[in-house]
Design a protein around this ligand. Structure first.
Ligand code: HEM
Length: 140
């Protein structure tokens, strides 16, 4: 049986294939992690919104990264046959929940050093948890 990532390869344009969605998903994750990690370090060093000279770029990149994670995630879900929220399994909802939490973390680093620190430690763990749900889920 053909692996789902290779299904319809050759029939679909490259930007609609499961492989491309996965790569897009990963790229978005890297952008989000790098951006929020940098913001957290700034905050841990006592930096604020006002003292940041990179606010515009981190804001824009974080937003774009989150959109790519979402687009790549739903794209892969569609290639897995999960085309409607009615058939979304628990692991997928959990990943969407993690995405929402990561989005909320964006508000913390510039508030105070005390809030920036947990972001720096929790963010990679949330990433690992989301990856775990993707890797270990039962076939569906
Ligand atoms: C920050 C949040 C997220 C992280 C860190 C993350 C991480 C990952 C990683 C590392 C993979 C690759 C696993 C592999 O191919 O072996 C993956 C696959 C996947 N992710 Fe995400 N993800 C996140 C959010 C989402 C969201 C919001 C959705 C749905 C809209 C989603 C849906 C999927 C799907 C469907 C797969 C493919 C699963 C499979 O290969 O069977 N993810 N994710």
């Amino acid at each position: 049986m053909t692996h789902w990532l290779l299904q319809a390869a050759g029939e679909l344009p490259w930007f609609r294939t499961g492989l491309f969605y996965k790569n897009l998903h990963l790229y978005g994750i890297f952008v989000v992690m790098a951006t929020l990690g940098g913001m957290a370090i700034h905050g841990m060093n006592g930096g604020t919104k006002q003292t940041s000279r990179t606010r515009a770029v981190t804001g824009a990149l974080f937003g774009i990264g989150m959109l790519l994670v979402m687009a790549g995630g739903f794209g892969q879900a569609a290639r897995l046959g999960l085309t409607s929220t009615a058939v979304f399994p628990t692991w997928l909802w959990l990943k969407i929940g993690i995405w929402v939490v990561v989005g909320a973390l964006f508000a913390l680093p510039y508030r105070s050093p005390a809030l920036a620190k947990p972001v720096y430690y929790v963010l990679p763990l949330l990433g690992a948890l989301a990856a775990y749900f993707a890797i270990y889920h039962t076939p569906s």
